[in-house]
Design a protein around this ligand. Structure first.
Ligand SMILES: [Fe+2]
Ligand SMILES: [Fe+2]
Length: 146
């Protein structure tokens, strides 16, 4: 029984570390994309992309703190960052990454429930809400791209 609990906790910590690598990826992506986007909507895109960075940084900080609280070691490497010279493709990368993040956090929420960490579940709900907003805003941009 005790060993089962440990395995669940190990899986949760491993998952949170994958999420942390994803948040590092998001910070770097938004920063790099804000420099690279071109076209008539560049000023709005730069503003949009730059406002995402503090959200993702707060997610990364929360995850790193939580991993340490659970007895783990936070990773230091980001998930590999995709980039492009085409603004539409950049938006597609963002859409895919945010949609994937939402799904990952749903899995993590179930894992948090399994170990009885209600506070982590609540925080993951907030992060699911943030990432869903990011995903849906980018979907709207892409749907009117022409
Ligand atoms: Fe995030
Ligand atoms: Fe996001």
């Amino acid at each position: 029984m005790a060993q089962e609990q440990n395995k669940d906790m190990q899986d949760l910590i491993e998952g949170l570390n994958q999420d942390l690598a994803g948040e590092y990826n998001a910070i770097i992506s938004y920063l790099q994309y804000s420099s690279k986007v071109t076209g008539p909507y560049r000023p709005q895109l730069v503003a949009f992309l730059q406002t995402e960075i503090p959200d993702e940084q707060a997610h990364a900080q929360y995850l790193a703190d939580k991993i340490v609280s659970l007895g783990g070691e936070p990773v230091v490497e980001p998930k590999p960052v995709k980039t492009s010279n085409h603004t539409r493709e950049i938006l597609e990368f963002i859409y895919e990454a945010e949609a994937e993040t939402v799904e990952n956090y749903k899995v993590r929420r179930n894992q948090a429930e399994k170990v009885g960490d209600v506070a982590l579940q609540a925080q993951l709900d907030n992060m699911i809400s943030d990432e869903t907003n990011h995903r849906d805003e980018v979907r709207k941009m892409l749907s009117g791209w022409g």
